[in-house]
Every structure is written in structure tokens, then in C-alpha cells.
Design a protein around this ligand. Structure first.
Ligand SMILES: Nc1ncnc2c1ncn2[C@@H]1O[C@H](COP(=O)(O)OP(=O)(O)OP(=O)(O)O)[C@@H](O)[C@H]1O
Length: 219
């Protein structure tokens, strides 16, 4: 059974034409699915629908073996599936990097000491210890992007959803990100315009255009 399944999703923002017109996908254990497609095709919208930040007008979302409709059901999905937003400023809101990374684990009921240990372990794993006590809003775009990934990994999600993760990364950090993602056991959905990056990470590739997802022969 897939971990995630979107079936015939239709969605339009209020008062606007439909963006998604019967989009379907399935994510299985061990898969790294990439999604590409033109600007404005609805890729970020699709990721938001997967975790219930937007509700489809029609179609079915099944996650972790259960159909998901209500806010309570999607709350559980968001605990188990980590979404790295396209814009880090949507995700980082604490004064320091360490506090931002501790926020999720504390919210899950970890003690302060446990959260501190998770912060240090996550920063160490991502080679970001030097950013630990920095003021979040003063970080560079690329640093913010890596810290955003750290905030999501600190929650130990079962599935990762990544929206343009290479944005603002220099070559060295992009290479580092490739290494990190390749080393992670979680299945992931990866939205990216970067063909080289997709080719290095994805096991399957889809293209979103005209409101539907179709297999993309070239990752
Ligand atoms: N909150 C919103 N209200 C109204 N329209 C929106 C909203 N968010 C996005 N849109 C519009 O919906 C369409 C799809 O946006 P979305 O961000 O999902 O596309 P995308 O495929 O991720 O694009 P890109 O490749 O540029 O990141 C765009 O035309 C966008 O302007």
C-alpha cells in the first residue's frame, strides 16, 4: 500500500480557474519522486494539499493507510510528513536557529534536555553547528534553506516533502544537500526545476502540466 496517494485531485483558489484538474500520484516506501513542470502549474499547491494546508475541491487524499479529510486527520499527517516550504520565511519564526529547530520537538512533547540533544544532533548531521546560536532572520538565503531542512528533520518525519530545496544554495551546499538526501531512508517528494539535482536524487519523475501529473521520462 502506498504511504501517500492523491487520486483525481481537483483544486482552484477561491474565485479562480482550476489549477489541478484530476492530478494523481502514489508514493511508496523507498521511493523518491520528483515533480517538475512550468511556473504556476500548481506544484507547491499539490504539496500543501498532501498535508492538508489546502483542501481539494474534489478527489481523495490517502496518507499512512487512511483517507484524510478533517483537520484532526491532517494534523496527524503533518506530524508524520515533513514539508520543507519553498520560502524559508514561511517556516522560520524563532529568534535563533537553535530555538527554531527545538520548536517542533518541544511541541511533540520532548523535554528541554531532549530537544537540546536533538538540536545538536541535527545540526551536527547537517554540518551546521556553526549556525546554532545565530539570529535566524540575519542568515543568508542559502543558510536559511539548510536550517529549514534541519527544523523538519528534527521532527523525524516518516516522509519528506521538499519544495525547491536547492533554491539559493551554492554549488558546495547543493552537493552537500544531495549527499544528505541520498543518505536519508525516508521516501520523499521533491519539487524542483533543477534537472541535474532531480537526476541525482529521484527514483521516479513526474511532470505537472495542465492540471494533471504524467510520468516524466527524463528526471
Ligand atoms: N494563496 C493563493 N491565492 C491565489 N492564488 C494562488 C495562491 N497561491 C498560489 N496561487 C496561484 O496558483 C498557481 C499555482 O501556484 P503554485 O505556487 O502551486 O505553482 P508552482 O507550480 O509551485 O510554481 P513555481 O514553479 O513558480 O514555484 C499560480 O498561478 C499562483 O499564482
Amino acid at each position: 500500500m502506498p504511504l501517500f496517494e492523491l487520486a483525481d485531485i481537483r483544486f482552484g483558489y477561491p474565485g479562480q480557474a482550476l489549477i489541478l484538474r484530476g492530478a494523481s500520484l502514489a508514493l511508496h516506501e523507498g521511493q523518491r519522486l520528483s515533480i517538475t513542470g512550468p511556473n504556476g502549474a500548481g506544484k507547491s499547491t499539490l504539496l500543501r494539499i498532501m498535508v492538508g494546508l489546502l483542501r481539494p475541491d474534489a478527489g481523495r487524499v490517502v496518507a499512512f493507510g487512511k483517507p484524510r479529510r478533517t483537520e484532526a486527520e491532517f494534523h496527524e499527517v503533518r506530524r508524520r510528513a515533513g514539508l520543507v516550504f519553498q520560502d524559508p520565511d514561511d517556516q522560520l519564526f524563532c529568534p535563533t536557529v537553535a530555538e527554531d529547530i527545538a520548536f517542533g520537538p518541544l511541541n511533540l512533547g520532548k523535554t528541554r534536555a531532549e530537544a537540546v540533544a536533538i538540536v545538536d544532533r541535527t545540526l551536527d548531521r547537517l554540518d551546521l553547528m556553526h549556525l546554532r546560536d545565530r539570529i535566524t532572520y540575519k542568515l543568508s538565503g542559502g543558510e536559511k534553506r539548510l536550517v529549514t531542512l534541519a527544523t523538519v528533520l528534527a521532527m523525524e518525519p516518516e516522509v519528506l516533502l521538499l519544495d525547491e530545496p536547492t533554491n539559493a544554495l551554492d554549488e558546495a551546499n547543493e552537493a552537500r544537500l544531495v549527499e544528505i538526501l541520498q543518505s536519508l531512508p525516508q521516501p520523499m517528494v521533491l519539487v524542483s526545476h533543477d534537472a541535474r539535482f532531480r537526476a541525482k536524487i529521484a527514483s521516479e519523475s513526474l511532470r505537472l502540466a495542465d492540471g494533471v501529473l504524467a510520468p516524466d521520462p527524463a528526471p
